[in-house]
Design a protein around this ligand. Structure first.
Ligand SMILES: *Cc1c(COP(=O)(O)O)cnc(C)c1O
Length: 396
């Protein structure tokens, strides 16, 4: 095994695996047995690459920011995942998974969503492929994220409220899994990050790895060296981060920095900094770090950015952290807001709040003047305008 690929049971070191109820075995087993055989065919790759290019809008630019470079005293590049169709990296994965679902002869897609970003990316891919789409979403999240609910409906998806528990993401996930158990033959479940039972973390990482594949080529064209000194990415479940790291792991040069959501501070009780505070356990079918009480109850996480508000972390990131192959740090809500305002005014790019966490870490680093630094700008900030507006009023 190398650092990127899990062993045949889906383990990265001690993390990962497939800890699932027996009733899910048929669904997961079908995927485990078939995913590599399908996605590694030339025919699959051709269709995937062609959609990434003409539908998603790839390759996304690698932008050299003169303004940030001058400010931070290094060569700073932004990987513009915010310019993807639907506004973030999530579409790379949903397009890949819809093509896989078609080849598995599935007639129907289900997915869970928290803030609605993965729901929108899934509904988009389903509309394109002409496949029936049902999105599970906590009742509270439906109220909080109405514009994305409207988008999903406009795209033809059915949005089903999860009304149990705290009526948020984990309850929506439970509903989706229940639905999948009841429809194992005709339904594919699209998970939105590098989390869940094997093979999902590996499947999603492979689809997102296009990000670092492009960075390599673009950086070589610009500098004559395909390997940067640093790559910085925010981390919720970890799909944009692993996509940006994938082709640089173990190259002996590039330092990989994953930025978690510190929320109101890691000692405030209102945080989503899983690596900083988490203990080993099992969440959504895989072994990883998660934020939990002494007796193993998951603690409700908090982050100002909905996309990072997750109590676990993808198993590959738990492994990269434990082996020292990646560095995991955290940034607070306020630091992220400041970074978002800064980039908006300095470069004319309004980043997603999630991506602003990665940007905010620039300020905490000491660079050498010839360092080449890449910040993965995972998404755009349109969806965060109401939050930004609250802080703008504050400024005066
Ligand atoms: C969902 C989301 C994230 C967090 O998900 P990862 O799987 O950790 O990448 C980050 N940025 C944006 C813009 C998102 O929409």
């Amino acid at each position: 095994m190398n650092s990127i690929h899990p062993d045949k049971n889906g383990f990265y070191g001690e993390f990962g695996g497939a800890f699932i109820p027996e009733m899910l075995y048929p669904n997961i087993q079908e995927l485990q047995e078939q995913y590599l055989g399908i996605i590694n065919t030339t025919e699959f790759q051709q269709e995937f690459q062609s959609l990434l290019k003409d539908y998603v809008g790839r390759p996304t630019p690698l932008f050299y920011s003169k303004n940030l470079s001058a400010e931070f005293g290094a060569h700073i590049y932004l990987k513009r995942e915010d310019l993807n169709h639907t506004g973030a990296h999530k579409i790379n994965n949903t397009i890949g998974q819809i093509l896989l679902a078609k080849r598995l002869h599935k007639k129907r897609i289900i997915a869970e969503t928290g803030a609605g970003q993965h729901g929108v990316a899934t509904a988009t891919a389903c509309a394109l492929a002409g496949i029936d789409c049902t999105i599970f979403m906590g009742e509270i999240d439906i109220q909080r994220q109405m514009p994305n609910v409207e988008r999903m409906k406009l795209l033809g998806a059915k949005v089903v409220p999860a009304t149990s528990g705290s009526k948020t993401l984990k309850d929506a996930t439970n509903e989706a899994i229940r639905e999948w158990i009841n429809n194992p033959v005709d339904t594919h479940y699209i998970i939105g990050s590098v989390v869940g039972p094997h093979p999902y973390p590996d499947l999603v990482a492979r689809f997102q790895s296009v990000i670092s594949q492009e960075i390599k080529q673009q950086l070589f064209e610009k500098t004559g060296d395909e390997n940067p000194d640093y790559i910085i990415a925010c981390i919720g479940g970890g799909s944009n981060a692993i996509g940006a790291f994938y082709h640089f792991i173990d190259n002996g040069k590039t330092k990989l920095i994953a930025v978690e959501a510190g929320g109101e501070g890691i000692n405030s009780g209102k945080t989503a900094a899983t690596i900083a505070l988490g203990k080993k356990g099992i969440i959504h079918g895989s072994k990883t770090y998660l934020i939990q009480t002494e007796d193993g109850q998951i603690i409700e996480p908090h982050s100002i950015s909905a996309g990072l508000d997750y109590p676990g972390i993808g198993p590959i990131h738990a492994y990269l952290h434990d082996t020292g192959k990646a560095i995991v740090v955290n940034i607070t809500d306020i630091e992220a807001i400041e970074a978002a305002f800064y980039l908006s005014r300095k470069d004319g790019i309004i980043p997603a709040l999630e991506s602003a966490h990665a940007l905010a870490y620039l300020k905490k680093m000491k660079f050498k003047s010839d360092d080449v630094v890449i910040v993965n700008l995972s998404g755009r900030g349109d969806k965060d305008m109401s939050t930004y507006q609250k802080f703008m009023n504050y400024e005066h």
